[in-house]
Design a protein around this ligand. Sequence first.
Ligand SMILES: O=C(C[C@@H]1CCCCN1)Cn1cnc2cc(Cl)c(F)cc2c1=O
Ligand SMILES: [Mg+2]
Length: 570
Amino acid sequence: MRQSRAFIPTMRDVPAEAEVASHRLLLRAGYIRQVASGVYTYLPLAWRVLKKAMAIIREEMDAAGGQEILMPALQPAELWQATGRWDDYGPLMMRLVDRHERPFALGPTHEEVITALVRDEVKSYRRLPLILYQIQTKFRDEYRPRFGLLRGREFIMKDAYSFDRDEAGLEASYRAMYRAYVRIFERMGLKFRAVEADAGAIGGSYNHEFMVLADVGEDTIAYCTACDYAANVERAEVPPPDPASAPDEPVRPLERARTPGIRTVAEQAAILGLPLEKIIKNVVYLADGAPVVVLVRGDHQVNEVKVKNFLGARFLEMADEATIRRLFGAGPGFVGPIGARDVRILADHAVRHLRNASTGANEDDWHYVGVNPGRDFQVEAYGDFRVAQEGDACPRCGAPLAFARGIEVGHVFKLGTKYSAALGAVYLDEDGRQREMLMGSYGIGVSRVIQAAVEQSHDEDGIIWPPALAPFDLHLLVVNAADADQLTVAEGLYDALTSGGLDVLYDDRPERAGVKFKDADLIGIPLQVIVGSGVKDGEIELKIRRTKEKRRVPLPEALETIRAVRSELA
Ligand SMILES: O=C(C[C@@H]1CCCCN1)Cn1cnc2cc(Cl)c(F)cc2c1=O
Ligand SMILES: [Mg+2]
């Protein structure tokens, strides 16, 4: 494509709301433009990148036995009402009514639609396993869309759904999808990790997220420094501490201590002269409306995902002060398990062996000291209820965990029968018995992954596309379009490269050299072919965008050297 014709509206300065480098660069380099908050137009360069990403995804999905379909974005409310999910997502789900006042959702995902389709069309075990997938626009009305394509309200997703006869079949489909994802992200040239993740409201037990490692990622990954354990920190398991590691100090009597007006555990620790590890923090929740107090050590945080999953609660929210006062007779900073009634008490493993700790006395301005769990209070259950921290022991091998930030670009789920049961997707097995299909669902954020690639691969001059995703194979520049020799060589190369099957962006504009070099570095095509003053010596120049390395090449060797360098970069 000739850049003099191309619609690539580069710009120098970017709007303030572009907080991360990848968002700024996609705007500056003329890849995307915002239409509304979280809603974007993909301009020609971005659309080319998206088509490359989709081609890789299609190849690997098809190779893994998937069959591509396209489902509608308009979804009748009845389907979501049948699975009980119509009210699960509140304002996050974009809804509308048609001209007959019938309610519809703009599809945020397609479990309901695909399960109803397979229910109606598949009756026999002979038709399983079945993996169907689509690449389609999704709608989620994020409260605060941000970071460009990383968290949009309208975005492109590949979503696949597997249908199997039994657990073994589901496991096979899950592994096939998992392996396909590894190949997809490897082919895209991304540094990524698959991590154990929490299924959240979608249910099902077993799932992994694929994270592109990047400091702006909204997710935190806990990974083991020794084995291949890795988990979203929401889910990372924390094994019970070794009881032998408990401090062996003499047990003290339980006493009250006056702690006027303390607001935080740090203040409580300070006023009592205790380390944070000796404070028992009490966090009060309503789980589907029922009060629960969760006890964790003062230096730990409650992991609400773990608490919610333990309780099997649909909704978990912090109790407000009025509820806390009604239940405990004191404000939030003075709550404790001793003497507490009409409330479920859960405690993290790390609380169990505390000696002579401190906790609220259920009276404003008073705490207990010399608190010894087991003697002074009982709990309903000790469990893994805290957020893992760097240095915690790996639950698989005991080595210390390390943290990294990641951008979730894929998520694979085992759904089991959650949707097939709700919608009646059943099949007849060999003995004519009716059985519910076992499902999995598998997503890739297609528009998100291309920005994740930019976040992971850019420098101060602009984007550095992984070759497999670059909008063009080459960026050909004529330094001085007014120079007849340079123009002749450049035009000749453009024709030869293009007819040789390469996708070339040719900067033929009558712009100053500096503008052209800056734009080429901004747009980020991995290999630049520069036709400049060297033509009088029969030479052109190759520039490798990532390393900025330049190579002078005799014109007769240009085509074969370009091919050689391209295969080096692939
Ligand atoms: O989407 C999934 C699971 C998988 C992910 C891979 C592809 C298939 N779906 C989870 N999820 C996330 N946000 C949602 C937002 C809304 Cl508004 C909704 F109504 C439903 C969902 C929802 O179900
Ligand atoms: Mg997810």
